[in-house]
Write a protein that binds this ligand. Structure first.
Ligand SMILES: Cc1cc2nc3c(=O)[nH]c(=O)nc-3n(C[C@H](O)[C@H](O)[C@H](O)COP(=O)(O)OP(=O)(O)OC[C@H]3O[C@@H](n4cnc5c(N)ncnc54)[C@H](O)[C@@H]3O)c2cc1C
Length: 105
């Protein structure tokens, strides 16, 4: 986002911080606070980070990750109907359910 903000601010990118005037600081503040994005369309599936949907958590024994419907069938990670914002939640879910499923399988 930095190059975008710099371009929209109209401030010369070569300007050093101590050269920025109070007026320019005010303009940057206004730009940041009033910045709007128009979502045109979702990115293609190839760029997707996480999938929604999958095996319902009620159909899984969370202590072992075994299916409550099919004996000796274990689930982990993306195949389960859980998802979170990017930032580690999905990896944590994949690692912890994978560990548990592996342990009990
Ligand atoms: C670009 C990107 C960025 C991400 N960033 C984050 C992030 O910052 N934080 C976060 O928490 N999560 C992030 N995620 C999500 C996270 O990576 C996934 O939720 C997690 O890796 C899922 O783990 P998984 O083991 O369930 O599935 P996967 O990691 O998809 O592993 C499935 C594996 O099965 C293999 N496979 C598929 N079909 C077969 C088959 N028929 N036979 C044998 N093997 C097969 C695949 O090759 C793959 O290696 C990101 C995902 C993407 C794509």
């Amino acid at each position: 986002m930095i190059p975008v903000f710099v371009r929209l601010s109209g401030i010369d990118p070569e300007t050093t911080v101590n050269q920025i005037t109070a007026e320019q600081r005010r303009a940057v503040r206004q730009l940041l606070k009033n910045f709007t994005l128009t979502i045109e369309k979702p990115a293609p599936i190839e760029e997707a980070i996480v999938t929604k949907g999958g095996v319902h958590v009620k159909e899984i024994n969370s202590g072992t990750m075994e299916s409550v419907l099919v004996k000796n069938l274990f689930f982990a990670g993306e195949v389960i109907d859980i998802d979170g914002y990017t930032g580690g939640f999905n990896l944590t879910a994949a690692f912890s359910t994978g560990y548990t499923a592996g342990l009990y399988a």
